[in-house]
Ligand binder design. Structure first.
Ligand SMILES: C[S@@+](CC[C@H](N)C(=O)[O-])C[C@H]1O[C@@H](n2cnc3c(N)ncnc32)[C@H](O)[C@@H]1O
Length: 286
């Protein structure tokens, strides 16, 4: 495994890569379980997977950055792609390798590399058909997200596809309203104004920092970078707060499929984009 490229602390930036790496090292196997623990998690997994299946072709060369323990590495392998798995956390990379062997998809992985999305200098320009950055990587890099986006687009071939999901500002408030209202209003107002849960807006925060996006902000940010947006979607909106009912719905195959069908349609509706915990974007390099 390669050594980390740029884990140095930069005091001028709110993004502290070493802290992010430590957080996910400690998060361990919970990262693999994150999208299968509850029916609502499974809805999220289904929506994210839907877009990979819709647009990715057999044989594509994929950079999966922020791959974590490999939930989507497995999906990408099932789609017949060749994958370079990258993550800032050595612990997550070890898990990804172990689970790839355990679940038999390691032959689809060309390499596992410890890399920060803000520095993809180890890759030539225009080499990947697809970059996948699901699960908030662009949120975790805070004020370095422009650089992360430039790098992700640089390594794509012309017309190559970028799949990302970021934390949603209003969707997170929707899902965790109790916790949000437990914050002192002055802190909460700084977070909603800036979208940042950072050392500046919330210095006492126990846990990792992140930027939460509004859907319009995400759209403008991608368009300004020169990317062409193919699809925006929330994840999830309809079923987010129906956890107990979802257990029952899941027992009924027909209802569960109908729920997933409606979620996929509703989540892509402009009126719902801000209402899930995450916002998914599919974009092409212009
Ligand atoms: C919430 S997990 C998502 C994992 C997987 N993509 C998924 O959606 O299930 C976020 C992952 O991004 C990685 N990550 C965070 N910041 C990163 C960065 N700057 N560069 C590369 N990976 C990063 C973390 O180590 C973690 O494994």
């Amino acid at each position: 495994m390669q050594p980390p490229q740029n884990l140095n602390l930069d005091p001028s930036s709110s993004y502290q890569p070493a802290l992010v790496a430590k957080h996910f090292d400690e998060f361990g196997i919970r990262e693999w379980e994150r999208l299968t623990q509850t029916p609502s998690d499974e809805v999220s997994l289904a929506i994210h997977t839907h877009y990979l299946k819709q647009y990715i072709s057999h044989g594509d060369l994929v950079l999966e950055i922020g791959a974590g323990a490999g939930r989507f590495t497995q999906v990408l392998a099932d789609l017949g792609t060749k994958i370079v798995v990258a993550d800032i956390s050595s612990g997550q990379l070890e898990l990804n390798k172990r689970l790839a062997t355990e679940y038999g998809f390691e032959s689809s992985v060309e390499d596992w590399q410890q890399i920060d999305i803000c520095d993809l200098s180890g890759f030539e320009t225009g080499v990947f058909d697809v970059v996948v950055a699901y699960g908030g990587v662009f949120s975790y890099v805070l004020d370095r997200r422009d650089l992360a986006l430039q790098e992700s687009l640089r390594v794509l071939k012309p017309d190559g596809m970028l799949f990302l999901s970021v934390m949603s500002l209003w969707g997170t408030a929707h899902r965790y309203l109790d916790g949000v209202l437990a914050l002192p209003p002055a802190i909460n107002q700084k977070i909603t104004e800036s979208g940042d849960i950072s050392p500046t807006t919330f210095p006492a925060r126990q846990g990792n920092f992140m930027h939460l996006f509004r859907a319009d902000e995400l759209r403008q940010w991608l368009e300004q970078s020169g990317a062409r947006i193919v699809k925006l979607s929330a994840s999830n909106c309809l079923s987010l707060l129906w956890e107990q009912k979802l257990e029952q719905i899941k027992q009924n195959r027909e209802k569960w499929h109908e729920l997933l069908r409606m979620e996929i349609e509703a989540c892509a509706d402009a009126g719902c984009l801000n209402m899930g915990t995450h916002i998914i974007a599919v974009a092409r390099k212009a």
